[in-house]
Every structure is written in structure tokens, then in C-alpha cells.
Ligand binder design. Structure first.
Ligand code: ADP
Ligand code: MG
Ligand code: MG
Length: 499
């Protein structure tokens, strides 16, 4: 029988002070009731497993850990056990992946839609404005991307009140953790294989996670479509990257399984070493680049000087397959997410009525700030909304009283700053007791989870070569925290246990 609801042990919950008042505290139960000796044993096994299998990140306490592989590694933060997730919602999220892939592709082809939808944002957001400039240049020269590679991750939360699976956002650039996400699924299966019986849990309920293999396969197939065996793949990275092992995993599989070579370059290095041939081929350090995979370039911090912008433009002008292209990148902005949620807009880009229904069903409330009625509502009840700028990477959104303060300030100042943001319905997922592991220490807390579904899309002209769901990522964070990035330090990696 299950021992999931035994006595609470000595290690109490922490960090619940800021919890939203609409929730009564969840009683300590479930995983918090697991016998402490068993927790300690699983923790030890998990730490050994992570170290032996490369479930690691750079240790921020060591200066060189973000630059030199193999120096200063620490296990990635994870939950000790997978989080229970209903199978029906899991299937729903998986089904959506190919539809969103197609939607991104279709939207990306409508240059005027992207420019028009972001035209007001452009006036007040310098970063988005630079991206739009590159996009406009490509429109003006009639640049065509015939081979298109999308490696996306659509993130969802299960809204407790409505019982709906609602999309948080769709990432079209730098979707992280295809590598470490797979490892956490394996870690959890291993722990359940050895300790599951005592918990009444079986490892087969943790779905096999295909993310790293599917992503590597998609990059390899894109490389093959480019059709020059001597060309190589280039990963655009930040100079300092503590999450480098997640990236190395992907390129390890690309090399070992597909025999495709990849190099890592910063945007500044591409500017220094890149060369655009008259026929459009991109050479970096003399080597022809067929696929450019961005794990940097999604935040203004990645463009400290004109050099980085020159590199971005150079790459965009080239024949190389860009993952993402500037159009795919812009399609993933929060503003476009909000525009797509407007009545009648999905219909412009998707043909299948059922697909449109499915997509619309997962849209939360999304509004532009020129909607006075909703702004008043948000000022009156700021906790029910999230205010989002056009940024990626976590830590940028505005919550609670600050929503009200910012809306009032923007109203008072009467500037165009409202165009920098969108308003989104706040989603309140179910809070459950969780065991979170960081720096070798297991902490009991109450947490909420966000499910990401990876999608891969590859086409060459009219031929769709890949359009599929390609794995998942569960991220879990203490319920008192608003934001959810793992790399940003808010959340831990998790997997799912289907119920
Ligand atoms: P980013 O591109 O920076 O990851 P997100 O839209 O994913 O931006 O927001 C970051 C985090 O904020 C999410 O992982 C989630 O934890 C939280 N969040 C975002 N939107 C909502 C929402 N509508 N309701 C509740 N939490 C949200
Ligand atoms: Mg994002
Ligand atoms: Mg996100």
C-alpha cells in the first residue's frame, strides 16, 4: 500500500508568507509525509545519479564554471519525485504541439501582420524595435527562408478553478532544457525503480522523454536539407553560461548519433569571424554554417554593443537555416500571443476548424493596454492579472500591487509606454506539497508546476519534413514565487507522473 500520506516529518514547510490570500494553506500531506529515512536515502541516490549522468549546471560559487566545461559543476535543482499530472491534460498538451508549430510557421510568413501588430510596441521598446528593423530589411530585400526549422516549447499551467489547461507562453527562441529535462525524467524513473514500491509508485507512469533526441534529430535533418556535407552547425551562446551542459547534451547527441559537427560562438565572435559570401553562404572562421541554433540573442543583455546587432543581421541575411529566423523570433513575442487571441485572428492562419478550437481553448485572457475596460479591472483587482513586457528568460513580469502601480503611473504620465506591455489573466494552478532539491539539500515546500511541451518543425518549401511533439519539461516552483525560470533561480526541474 502507499505510504504517501504518513506523518509529517521534522522538516517543515517554508516560504509560504507571500502566498496569495485566496488559497488556504495546503495541509502537509502526500510527499511531505514520506518517512525521513526514505527521503534521505532517495536524496543520496539522486545526488549520485545526477553526478554520474551529467544532470549538472555550472556552480555559481566558482568563477570559471560558466566558461570552462568540467570546472565547478553542481547538480541541477530538481524535485525528488515527479509531480502527478492528469493523463488527459498531458495528451491535450501533446496534441497542441504540431498545431502550434504550424501556426508559428504560418504567422511567420505574414510579414505585414508582424510589423503591424508590433508597430506601437516598436515606438517604446528599443529591443523589439531592433528586431523589427532586421525583419523589415529582410522584407524589403525579399529574403525567403525556404528551409525553416522551429524548435519550440509551449508552456502551460493547469488552472485550478476552471480546470483548464492554459498556455503561459510559446517560446520560439532558446527553448531550454531539452537535455537536462530528459535526464530528470530518467532520474525519477530510476528512483521509482528502486524505491517506488514503498511509495506505491511505478516508474512506467513517468513518460519517456524524447526531447534531446528529437531536437538533435531535427537539427541533423535540417543540416541534411542544407545539403552540403562539409557544412557545420553553429550554436549562438552567451559568453558566460552556467546552463552549458543542457546545450552540450544536445550537441553530444548530434555528434554521436548523427555525426554532425557543431561550434559554439558568441554574437561578438560571429561579428569578428563571420563572412557573408556573395552567393549568401555564411562562413565563420572559414567554415560554412548550415544551421544556426540560438541559445542567446533573446534578451537585450545579449547585445551590449553594435557588434552583436551586426552579427544578428549578418546571419539573417545568409542562406544558413536560422533556428529561429527573425520572423519565428517575433512570432514568439508576447504581443503576438495577445494578437492571436483576438477574435477572428487564428482563422487567418489556421484552416482546420478543430485545430482552431483546440488552440483557442488553451488561450487565457490576453489584452492590450489600450483596452480601457480591462485596465480599470486590473487596477481594481491587480492580483488577477500579470503584466508582461516583450522579454524572455524569466524575471521580467509584473504581479500583484505592482500591476496597479504601473498601470496608474502609465495612465498618469500619458505616454505610449502602455504599448510595451500586455495584460494576461493570472493562472492559479493547484498547490501541492513537494520535495525540492538544491545544492544537495532537500527542502519541503508547497509548489506549483508548469508543463512545457517541446515541438519540432522542419520544412523545405512545400515539404513538411517534421511536425511533431518532441518531449516535455516540467518545472516546479514554490507557490510564493511569481516567476518560474530554472536558470533564473526561481524553479527546479521536474518530470510528470501520469495519473
Ligand atoms: P518568459 O518568457 O520570461 O519565460 P513567461 O510568460 O513564461 O515569460 O513568464 C515567466 C513566468 O511567470 C512563468 O514561467 C510563470 O511561472 C509566470 N507566469 C507567466 N504568466 C503567468 C500567468 N498568466 N499566470 C500565472 N503565472 C504566470
Ligand atoms: Mg519565454
Ligand atoms: Mg516562460
Amino acid at each position: 500500500s502507499s505510504t504517501m500520506a504518513l506523518q509529517p516529518s521534522s522538516c517543515g514547510g517554508v516560504g509560504m508568507e507571500n502566498q496569495d490570500s485566496r488559497f488556504s494553506p495546503t495541509p502537509v500531506s502526500g510527499v511531505h509525509g514520506i518517512d525521513q529515512e526514505l527521503v534521505d536515502e532517495m536524496l543520496y541516490d539522486a545526488l549520485v545519479w545526477s553526478s554520474l549522468h551529467g544532470l549538472v549546471i555550472g556552480d555559481r560559487n566558482l568563477e570559471r564554471s560558466g566558461r570552462i566545461p568540467g570546472v565547478g559543476m553542481v547538480h541541477a535543482p530538481f524535485t525528488l519525485l515527479p509531480t502527478i499530472f492528469p493523463e488527459s491534460y498531458w495528451r491535450q498538451a501533446c496534441e497542441l504541439a504540431p498545431i502550434f508549430n504550424e501556426l508559428v510557421d504560418r504567422v511567420s510568413l505574414d510579414g505585414n501582420f508582424l510589423q503591424d501588430s508590433l508597430s506601437r510596441t516598436k515606438e517604446v521598446d528599443a529591443f523589439t524595435s531592433r528586431l523589427l528593423d532586421i525583419h523589415l530589411k529582410m522584407l524589403q530585400i525579399g529574403k525567403k527562408e525556404e528551409i525553416r526549422l522551429g524548435l519550440h516549447r509551449s508552456d502551460y499551467m493547469l488552472d485550478e478553478q476552471t480546470n483548464l489547461l492554459l498556455q503561459i507562453e510559446l517560446n520560439t527562441i532558446s527553448s531550454s532544457f531539452p537535455g537536462l529535462g530528459c535526464l530528470v525524467s530518467e532520474l525519477h524513473r530510476s528512483l521509482l525503480d528502486h524505491h517506488g514500491e514503498k511509495l506505491g509508485l511505478v516508474s512506467k507512469q513517468v513518460p519517456w522523454n524524447t526531447a534531446v533526441n528529437k531536437y538533435a534529430e531535427a537539427i541533423a535533418k535540417a543540416w541534411a536539407e542544407y545539403n552540403n556535407p562539409s557544412s557545420i552547425v553553429m550554436i549562438i551562446v552567451q559568453a558566460e553560461e552556467r546552463n552549458m551542459y543542457d546545450q552540450h547534451w544536445l550537441f553530444h547527441v548530434l555528434k554521436e548519433k548523427h555525426n554532425v559537427k557543431a561550434i559554439r560562438k558568441t554574437l561578438a565572435e560571429v561579428d569578428a569571424q563571420g563572412e557573408l559570401k556573395p552567393d549568401g553562404r555564411l562562413l565563420v572562421g572559414g567554415q560554412e554554417i548550415s544551421v544556426i541554433y540560438f541559445r542567446a540573442g533573446y534578451t537585450p543583455n545579449d547585445y551590449p554593443s553594435e557588434s552583436e546587432w551586426r552579427a544578428r543581421l549578418l546571419m539573417e541575411q545568409s542562406l544558413a537555416i536560422k533556428c529561429p529566423s527573425i520572423s519565428y523570433h517575433l512570432t514568439g513575442t508576447k504581443k503576438i500571443q495577445q494578437e492571436l487571441a483576438k477574435a477572428g485572428v487564428l482563422e487567418r492562419f489556421l484552416d482546420d476548424k478543430e485545430d482552431i478550437e483546440k488552440v483557442r481553448k488553451c488561450f487565457a485572457g490576453l489584452w492590450s493596454l489600450d483596452d480601457q475596460e480591462i485596465v480599470l479591472k486590473a487596477i481594481g483587482n491587480p492580483r488577477l492579472f500579470v503584466m508582461k513586457p516583450q522579454r524572455e528568460g524569466g524575471g521580467n513580469n509584473i504581479y500583484n500591487e505592482e500591476v496597479k502601480e504601473n498601470l496608474l503611473r502609465i495612465q498618469k504620465e500619458g505616454t505610449q509606454e502602455d504599448a510595451a506591455y500586455i495584460l494576461m489573466q493570472r493562472i492559479f494552478p493547484n498547490i501541492s506539497p513537494t520535495l525540492l532539491v538544491r545544492d544537495g539539500i532537500c527542502q519541503k515546500d508547497h509548489a506549483i508546476s508548469e508543463l512545457g511541451i517541446y515541438g519540432a518543425y522542419l520544412r523545405n518549401k512545400e515539404r513538411v519534413i517534421i511536425n511533431e511533439q518532441s518531449g516535455y519539461l516540467m518545472r516546479t516552483k514554490v507557490s510564493s514565487s511569481n516567476e518560474g525560470g530554472v536558470a533564473a533561480g526561481f524553479a527546479v526541474l521536474d518530470s510528470i507522473y501520469l495519473s
